[in-house]
Design a protein around this ligand. Structure first.
Ligand SMILES: [Zn+2]
Length: 181
């Protein structure tokens, strides 16, 4: 145990040089905030907490672009499935649909509707979930829209990149320029 602690201290001392340069002008990133991580290609790949961001900087795996943005030194390949959330949260569906009923445009008494009802095998996917007001939800019930006089404002879609999707709604001015890299 003692040995492992001293090894840890040694490891830290090895890094002290880069720590000092990182800390010399105060923290280069804003503490207690979420930090955007860009791939080496500037593509947004993650939003992380500031402590993890500091670790990446100390390990020299990333460089600071601004107080809320770091960029990886090396390009990393990320499987598509990791970038797009397969099962969206309710909040994500509300955001994608701009908090509007996708059948009538109402902005109050909103719920989530399965376009193809669960009872007919509809899944909890980006392509099958839309925002609907409670009256449209009741009207549609477990029917298919082809069979009733209801129409979707647009075809429900999965955002290409979940991080970009989150960015587009985050109120962090420093993140906006990386939205459509
Ligand atoms: Zn409606």
């Amino acid at each position: 145990m003692v040995k492992s602690i001293s090894t840890e201290v040694k490891k830290r001392n090895l890094h002290s040089c880069s720590c000092d340069s990182i800390m010399s002008d105060g923290l280069p990133i804003q503490p207690h905030t979420q930090i955007l991580v860009l791939n080496n290609s500037y593509e947004p790949i993650n939003i992380t907490n500031w402590k993890r961001a500091i670790v990446l900087l100390i390990k020299q795996k990333a460089q600071v672009l601004s107080s809320r943005v770091i960029r990886l030194v090396n390009y990393i390949r990320i499987p598509f499935a990791k970038i797009v959330a397969r099962t969206p949260s309710r909040a994500m569906i509300y955001k994608r649909d701009n908090n509007k009923c996708q059948y009538c445009g109402a902005t109050r008494h909103l719920t989530i509707d399965h376009v193809i009802p669960r009872s007919k095998g509809g899944l909890d996917t980006w392509e099958n979930l839309v925002v609907a007001c409670s009256s449209c939800n009741v009207k549609k019930s477990d029917k298919l829209i082809e069979n009733i006089n209801m129409k979707l404002a647009r075809k429900p879609f999965a955002p290409y990149n979940k991080v970009q999707f989150t960015l587009s709604y985050a109120e962090v001015p420093e993140w906006q320029e990386f939205l459509f890299v």
